[in-house]
Write a protein that binds this ligand. Structure first.
Ligand SMILES: NC(=O)c1ccc[n+]([C@@H]2O[C@H](COP(=O)([O-])OP(=O)(O)OC[C@H]3O[C@@H](n4cnc5c(N)ncnc54)[C@H](O)[C@@H]3O)[C@@H](O)[C@H]2O)c1
Ligand SMILES: [Zn+2]
Length: 370
């Protein structure tokens, strides 16, 4: 078991990473509250497996549980689901000081976390992420949100959890494609600011794919520490935290232009990072070898770096402007300078961005000229 502290003054909390931790949840929760009641929002897909383990552990520690189950999909990550969770809490007379546990992937964590942020103006929140993406990314940092009319995360808040409990054993039931999507975000962290993490991950890809416990625990702990450090320096994304969006302006455009049926989020981000790196190479901010290394690593991780999508370049660019991180009529891109260092470019021209879209549409995998 390892613990990573997220340093945010009075909102600081521990992210605990290990094997078999679901069984420890009653004890962990007892450290946070003297009450013997809690709320549990559980992803339906794991309600009878990991959900049952959590229920048993909570009951063994004497907790009475108010449970709401949630069908995790982007369509269902909405205000209606938020209302349903709050209704369930109210129907069971859930008081404001009752901790709310989110058990599931990022969709469950974001939706339940937002419910925890707004129910009676805020309840203590505990994240128990069960996808690799949620473990290394969405469960740390306090961003909670739901979608509105197809726009991602439009309604939300910053609501830091009191604790994040990561049981790496839960990954055993996760689809391997979902695991690879989490790896995309881990590799993203390496490219943004930790070259050693990038090469370490690359070397261990086979062991990580086989869910070797030591490798997975180290991967999760290192990525949580990376994200925690960024969040500690810039909790509300006034500056550095925006670097975590590497590949996401391109990636969200892919998802928004009909690519969400073909590509999962981490896959769209992998293609987006290839496009952003191509952009940096064409501006001579980054050596062509970096693009080759990033692409070959993503390919080795089973992630795509080429786009197959019917959408036109102008549709993709229009979608990039919709990204809420784009301030008015100015496209902002995060691009690598090398592995372990990224920079933000403001006011980039559409014509330049088109060249990077064209690049990721090329069929060949080895070409890397600007
Ligand atoms: N808050 C943040 O800072 C932040 C950061 C990154 C992403 N996100 C959000 O996270 C969401 C994506 O998260 P995700 O990729 O975890 O998606 P998800 O929650 O949909 O989980 C992916 C799939 O895996 C299933 N699942 C979850 N855990 C499982 C397990 N242990 N075994 C078997 N199946 C399991 C789910 O039911 C779902 O079908 C997006 O909505 C995104 O906006 C938020
Ligand atoms: Zn992402």
């Amino acid at each position: 078991m390892q613990s990573v502290r997220v340093e945010l003054g009075e909102r600081s909390y521990d992210v605990v990473v290990g094997s078999g931790l679901l069984r420890d949840i009653g004890r962990q929760l007892s450290e946070l509250t003297s009450f013997r009641r809690c709320a549990l929002v559980v992803d339906q897909a794991i309600a009878t497996t990991h959900g049952e383990a959590v229920r048993r552990a909570l009951a063994a520690s004497g907790f009475t549980v108010c449970e709401a189950s949630f069908f995790a999909s982007e369509e269902n990550k909405n205000l209606h689901a938020l209302e349903e969770i709050c209704r369930t809490l109210l129907a069971r007379d859930t008081a404001r000081n009752t901790p709310l546990i989110a058990l599931g992937g990022g969709i469950t964590g974001d939706t339940a976390g937002f419910a925890s942020a707004v129910y009676q103006r805020g309840t203590p929140f505990v994240q128990v992420p069960t996808t690799l993406l949620a473990m290394v990314d969405s469960s740390v940092g306090g961003k909670v949100a739901v979608n509105l009319d197809g726009s991602k995360n439009m309604i939300g808040a910053f609501h830091q959890p009191k604790r994040v409990l990561i049981d790496i054993d839960t990954l055993a039931t996760l689809d391997s494609r979902e695991l690879r999507c989490g790896l995309a975000e881990c590799l993203k962290h390496g490219i943004i600011g930790d070259a050693d993490l990038f090469s370490w991950t690359r070397e261990r890809l086979p062991r990580l794919a086989a869910l070797d416990p030591g490798s997975v625990q180290e991967l999760v702990a290192r990525n949580v520490a990376f994200k925690a450090a960024v969040v500690a320096r810039d909790e509300t994304e006034q500056g550095e935290r925006a670097l975590l969006n590497l590949g996401h302006t391109f990636g969200h455009a892919i998802e928004g232009c009909g690519g969400a049926t073909r590509y999962k989020h981490g896959e769209a981000v992998a293609i987006g990072i290839a496009a952003a790196t191509h952009f940096a190479v064409s501006r001579k901010l980054c050596a062509p070898e970096v693009l080759t290394e990033i692409e070959s690593t993503f390919v080795a991780a089973g992630l795509p770096v080429r786009l197959e999508l019917a959408a036109t370049d102008s549709e993709l660019i229009a979608e990039m402007y919709k990204d809420k991180k784009t301030k008015q009529q100015n496209l902002t891109l995060i691009v690598p300078r090398k592995i372990g260092e990224c920079t933000m470019l403001r006011g980039v021209a559409d014509a330049e961005v088109v060249r990077s879209w064209e690049y990721v549409r090329r069929a060949d995998l080895t070409s890397n000229e600007g």
